[in-house]
Design a protein around this ligand. Structure first.
Ligand code: GLU
Length: 446
């Protein structure tokens, strides 16, 4: 395939974008995920007393790429899609982060997600920077062939952006191991070489890692165990509500049920469901496998349908797990959230205003950049295995994951106690220190 030219754009002035968004606050809160991310950064930067120079080097994205993706549809017509990749920071290693396929994808969101990846990789101390990508598409409306052509075109357009030493994508919302296999093949064919390390989250048969599928949820469970130890809580009989039943949410439900937790409610785009006795997560997974989503699950499993799915967030449960999209808990509903612990499997599910309300109520939040870092941690193991050409068994992956997650949780908790700040600010303090040190040691190229 011929090398194609990307439609590069000049770097956006993110400081200005941030200021404008703040000015545009509608009824007291911004809906910009990126503005929310920067507010989180500012809180930690203030505690750390970072200089203007330090902030200038690590706060904004390093590179923003937008591409036009023409795809031939099954009926012969050509449809144009829009794709993004943002590399936020590469001081500590190649950019790392997923690619999502969703109709609401936009530059602001991808920039926020890339930003969180920088600090997520730093908080678990794996040698990567942060990146994220996305395509504006509802993949449910595409055939398998159309999906493959779209995925391959995206990777081809980004050929000079990605690379095992440059930028390594992975699955995210609505993307999966098959899509990663197409990405890997497109890159490998172009370079006339077998290059599995260009992407993680691949199928096991193509250099994927054992344990990658359940890694995000497994990492979250390690954090929940640590939090339960800290609060001397017995997980047996602990009640849980989970928003989102994709990869992270469905594994979270199964793993926590094994610990004796009662999964009181689950939801996805097609509805939210509740059972006082507890939902059987295995049964729900089989249902999704068969029907594509939880649609009409109430009838099949004799559970209650929650009329307004957002009410799932307000249920009287011990642990709430947002495992869907950003900005789910805002100043509008934070007051009504009753869980004692929020374990953020999704990226950015709470706004800073919601954070402040939860903080006043004494809710313990395990922040996204720590709580869902298990996925990228096992991605790191996959990349290491690809480069070694030597593959680990599942026990080794799970042991190493536990070691990384436990250490990260301890670092963040210790920092939270030391500075007397919430866990989120503490996670940023730990990670900002690591990124700043790397950036300063490298200095400026010219
Ligand atoms: N998309 C996942 C995340 O948000 C995983 C990224 C990766 O494995 O690179 O953390």
């Amino acid at each position: 395939m011929k090398k194609t030219k990307s439609l590069r754009r000049e770097a956006v002035d993110y400081e200005k974008l941030y200021e404008e968004t703040i000015k545009e606050l509608h009824d007291g809160e911004s809906s910009s995920a990126f503005a929310n991310a920067l507010k989180q950064f500012d809180r930690a930067a203030e505690t750390l007393k970072l200089t203007n120079n330090q902030v200038a080097v690590i706060k904004d994205p390093r590179r923003v790429v937008q591409v036009k993706l023409p795809v031939r549809m099954d009926d012969g017509s050509i449809k144009i899609f829009k794709g993004f990749r943002v590399q936020h920071n590469i001081a500590r290693g190649p950019a790392k982060g997923g690619v999502r396929f969703h109709p609401d994808v936009n530059e602001d969101e991808v920039a926020a997600l890339a930003f969180w990846m920088t600090y997520k990789c730093a908080v678990v101390n794996i040698p990567f920077g942060g990146g994220k990508g996305g395509i504006v598409v509802d993949p449910r409306k595409l055939s398998m062939g159309e999906l493959e052509r779209l995925a391959r075109r995206y990777f081809a357009e980004m050929m000079d952006i990605f690379g095992p030493e440059r930028d390594v994508p992975a699955p995210d919302v609505n993307t999966n191991p098959q899509i990663m296999a197409w990405f890997m093949d497109t890159y490998s064919m172009h370079h006339q070489n077998y290059i599995p390390g260009v992407v993680t989250g691949k199928p096991i048969d193509l250099g994927g890692s054992q344990g990658r599928n359940s890694a995000t949820a497994q990492g979250m469970v390690h954090c929940v165990h640590k939090a339960a130890d800290y609060f001397k809580m017995d997980l047996k009989g602990t009640t849980v509500a989970i928003q989102g039943y994709g990869n992270a949410g469905s594994f979270a439900a199964r793993l926590l049920a094994k610990d004796g937790c009662i999964i009181k409610a689950i939801s996805d785009v097609d509805g939210a469901f509740f059972s006082d006795k507890g939902i059987d997560p295995e049964n729900a997974c089989q249902y999704v496998e068969k029907n594509g989503s939880l649609i009409n699950y109430d009838k099949a499993a004799k559970v209650k349908k929650i009329a307004d799915p957002m009410k799932l967030l307000e249920l009287d449960v011990d642990i709430l797990i947002p495992a869907a999209l950003e900005n789910q808990i805002t100043h509008k509903n934070a007051d009504k959230v009753r869980a004692r612990i929020i374990a953020e499997c999704a990226n950015g599910p709470l706004t800073t205003e919601a954070d402040d309300i939860m903080e006043k109520k004494g809710t313990f939040i395990i922040p996204d950049i720590l709580c869902n870092a298990g996925g990228v941690t096992v991605s790191y193991f996959e990349w290491v295995q690809n480069r070694m050409g030597y593959y680990w068994d599942e026990d080794r992956v799970l042991d190493e994951l536990k070691r990384y997650m436990d250490k990260a949780f301890d670092d963040v908790l210790r920092t939270s106690i030391h500075y007397n700040v919430p866990m989120r600010t503490a996670a940023f303090i730990v990670s900002i220190q690591r990124v700043t040190r790397a950036a300063e040691l490298r200095g400026l190229y010219a």
